[in-house]
Write a protein that binds this ligand. Structure first.
Ligand code: ADP
Ligand code: GLC
Length: 489
């Protein structure tokens, strides 16, 4: 099958979160399964700089906001991609420094509606082979709101390719104004409750849901949750009505990039067969990297950590609120890495300043440090209020760092609580709590620390997680089955 995979970010070229990991690993897994894959990305400045041997495939004229953009489709090579990488090069919209979606001050780029409409329009042109490349996709797989208009534009073709739309996070809807709708010259019939209209504006995510042949989410549990008002962001009714084409396919992880036995970001390698001294070397290196005075003096104490976007979704406030009591009641240390809302960053800085010998932080985005943290901590904290899939808990399982998670979405699908029964039948791999509150999180952490003090149980937990196969093969097979289904699902 010819598969055009469309995303707004892909590791290792540009990544702000798990979407970037998936948009690299899934196309790769599809390629390895014998499919003819192309990955299309926007030509951000940092991305263009990383490309090797770029070739111009052709020029496109694309309607923007009351102006036409002359853009180029590039075909590029990069060592990480064994299949052709396509890039929409449109400097007015994408040749900017920094984050793909946000200005340096943290606000959305003011022209995001135009940027991602133009990106989606390029997919329409590629799908009808405007550039006469002789390559017409059988399947177009779009991801998240930035590509939500892709299934909608493809709907205008007499014989559209099969359109798959994956929701990685329903919380980001790509909502824009009626003024944008008009200036972007979007088809009038989309402006309807049955189309892209959403509470007086329009939603690119909704367009993706409405016009795709199949909609997927990144875990089975999240596919169910988003059909309820609590998780639906106003789209639960629509999703419920489309449940005939909605399914959940659990993400995999890149088992090569995240392999404690060969991870170049680590200070010591380790594996299922032999965890120590490798894991301990990483604990020392992590503490050192985070500025601990005498890293070895902390080795005897449990080190609890997290890395991620500092936003409400991730339950950062629950962690921040739980820490003071845990510091008083236990001998735990904390290693916290992330970037996000200024408020959370400020509170983290404050905690670290108040407890320089117990709380170690890094505010920023650092891929290598994320790997070191997964390896160097004893317990990984992920109390997300909702989590479409979550990759970090799977990385931590693979790195012998049992996760503590709230029972939601992909966390519920991957983490098995260390209850007496689950320990007995050897399925337990972490700690689960069932109310999104500070006290429930603290309770789970105290339970975890209790287990940590019992080496035999702890090792069993570590080994159960490390043994699990979270590779992409299984997920890729499920996507292929979906691509293969008939015209209507
Ligand atoms: P989400 O996509 O919601 O942010 P995931 O758990 O699916 O959550 O994926 C997060 C990815 O982003 C992981 O690969 C994680 O290591 C990475 N990440 C998040 N924040 C940082 C950071 N500050 N530094 C380095 N990597 C980070
Ligand atoms: C989103 C979700 C996260 C998921 C990732 C990749 O960013 O928040 O749960 O793992 O996408 O699908």
């Amino acid at each position: 099958m010819k598969v055009l995979f469309v995303a707004s970010e892909a590791y290792p070229l540009v990544k702000t979160g798990g979407l970037g990991d998936v948009a690299y690993s899934l196309p790769l897994a599809l390629h390895e399964a014998g499919q003819d894959v192309r990955l299309l990305l926007p030509g951000y400045r940092d991305l263009l700089r990383k490309l090797e041997s770029v070739r111009i495939l052709g020029w496109l004229e694309l309607q923007g906001a009351n102006r036409i953009h002359a853009a180029r489709i590039l075909q590029a090579e990069h060592a990480a991609f064994p299949f052709p990488l396509w890039v929409l090069d449109c400097p007015e919209l994408f040749d900017r420094p920094g984050n793909p979606y946000l200005q340096p001050e943290g606000f959305d780029w003011a022209d995001n509606a135009e940027r991602f409409t133009v990106f989606a329009r390029s997919v329409l042109e590629l799908s009808r082979d405007t550039l006469q490349l002789g390559w017409v996709p059988d399947v177009v797989h779009a991801n998240d709101w930035q590509t939500g208009l892709v299934p909608a534009f493809l709907d205008t073709l007499p014989q559209p390719p099969k359109r798959i739309f994956t929701i990685h996070n329903l919380a980001y809807g790509g909502h824009f104004s009626p003024v944008d709708f008009v200036s972007l010259h979007l088809p009038g019939y989309w402006w309807s409750a049955e189309g892209a209209e959403f509470y007086g504006g329009f939603s690119m995510l909704k367009a993706g849901i409405v016009y795709a042949d199949a909609v997927t989410t990144v875990s089975p549990a999240y596919a169910k949750e988003i059909c309820t008002p609590a998780f639906g962001y106003g789209l639960d009714g629509l999703l419920l009505s489309r449940s005939y084409k909605l399914s959940g396919i659990l993400n995999g992880i890149d088992m090569d990039a995240w392999n404690p036995a060969a991870d170049p970001s680590l200070a010591g390698f380790y594996s299922l067969e032999q965890i120590e001294p490798g894991k301990r070397l990483n604990k020392t290196a992590l503490l050192k990297r985070l500025g601990a005075q005498d890293p070895d003096s902390h080795l005897a104490y449990p080190l609890l950590g997290t890395v991620g976007r500092l936003v409400e979704q991730k339950g950062v406030d629950l962690i921040l609120n739980a820490i003071p009591e845990l510091l008083a009641q236990t001998d735990a240390r904390f290693a916290l890495v992330g970037t996000g809302h200024g408020y959370f960053e400020q509170r983290l800085r404050q905690l670290a300043a108040e407890h320089p010998d117990r709380v170690f932080i890094f505010i920023g985005y650092d891929e290598q440090l994320a790997h070191l943290l997964e390896a160097g901590t004893d317990l990984f904290l992920m109390p997300s209020r909702f989590e479409p899939c979550g990759l970090n808990q799977m990385y931590s399982l693979r790195y012998g760092t049992p996760p503590v998670v709230f029972h939601t979405g992909g966390l519920a699908d991957t983490v098995v609580d260390a209850s007496a029964a689950n320990l007995e039948n050897r399925t337990a791999n972490g700690f689960v709590f069932y109310e999104p509150t500070t006290s429930a999180l603290r309770g789970a952490i105290l339970r975890a620390l209790d287990c940590f003090a019992q080496p035999r149980i702890w090792q069993q937990l570590q080994l159960t997680g490390m043994q699990q196969d979270f590779g992409w093969e299984n997920s890729a097979r499920q996507y292929l089955a979906l691509y293969d289904k008939g015209e209507t699902i």
